[in-house]
Design a protein around this ligand. Sequence first.
Ligand SMILES: Cc1ncc(COP(=O)(O)O)c(C=O)c1O
Length: 358
Amino acid sequence: MSRIYRKTYAEVNLTNIYKNYSYIQNAARNIKVIPVVKANAYGHGCIEVVDLLASIGVDQFAVSLLEEGLKLRSKFPDIEILIMGIVDDEGLIIASENDMTITISNFDQIEKLSNLSQILKIHLKIDTGMNRLGFKSDKEIKMAFKLLKSNKFVELDGIYTHFSTADVDKLYYDIQLNRFKYILDMLKYTFRMVHMSNSSSLIKYENDIDFTTHARLGISLYGLTLDSNVNFLKTTFKLKTSISQIRHLEPGDKVGYGATYVASQSEVIGILPIGYADGFIRRNKGGDVEINGRRYPIIGNICMDQMFIKIDESIRKTDEVTLFGGLITIDEVAKRLDTINYEIICQITSRVPRKYIK
Ligand SMILES: Cc1ncc(COP(=O)(O)O)c(C=O)c1O
């Protein structure tokens, strides 16, 4: 990356990613954990995360897009890359040329597989209740399986499904699980890879079942969960900056676009060099940031590149400001924005440099 002058960055703790992975892999015993590194490893930097995990012997990764897979392939010639999203048309040829494993989710893709002239590894996607990607009815699944088996350029390497409620609804999880089991029994075929769990179901339920070989670990690799009972995960992402300017306000002074904040007395405010173009969106107004272990409120409207906080005389320009990942957790920000922790880390834009701690 070219040199960075602004003091805004995301601190990515690779040691903690390693710890989260190791803890979960050890607990999963016979199941091989596939790190999910789509969306630039949930905002952490896919090259750096794969580099770390590959250095300890992890050799299978999952992404969503062919583009994401190709980016990894250019740096890592030896790892297995599963593309979980739809790859079709000429993408199928590119995937086979670059030794990607793709997910087959519909008959349009199967039709296009007739254009192959070299081997393509595929995983068959079964829709057990998410109603997103995959084959659903017995008839569809049997037909897809038959067509795939009859294509000499297709290597039928795996089969999987995806849970829609593993974090919230065990009953629906069980319905999906039993449906998947039924499909495996129906096909009577030995797949090298059989997988279904995401982070939640991997941590909670994987050891209760005996027919999977792998699981796909996304959010909890990055220290997060939607399950309040999980407490062993370590934080991997902190958003940090420092104060670029300190201003003293008189009573009645107005702050920022729309002049929405009016000083009621003599006050001190700090200007932070981060804004909504960095993914720290305007709705964060009203939340807090952390300086020296204490909370300070965000005031006024957040600008594209800057924002305002109310501080006190103890604060210096050199003090580090943590927007989230410390005292103010990513979960707190998710709650503030009425969303899930996934979205908080994914929405920090590429304009924010990532600094790696190892
Ligand atoms: C198909 C699929 N598998 C696995 C994952 C990882 O899920 P999680 O981040 O909840 O572990 C995702 C993420 O959205 C996904 O789409």
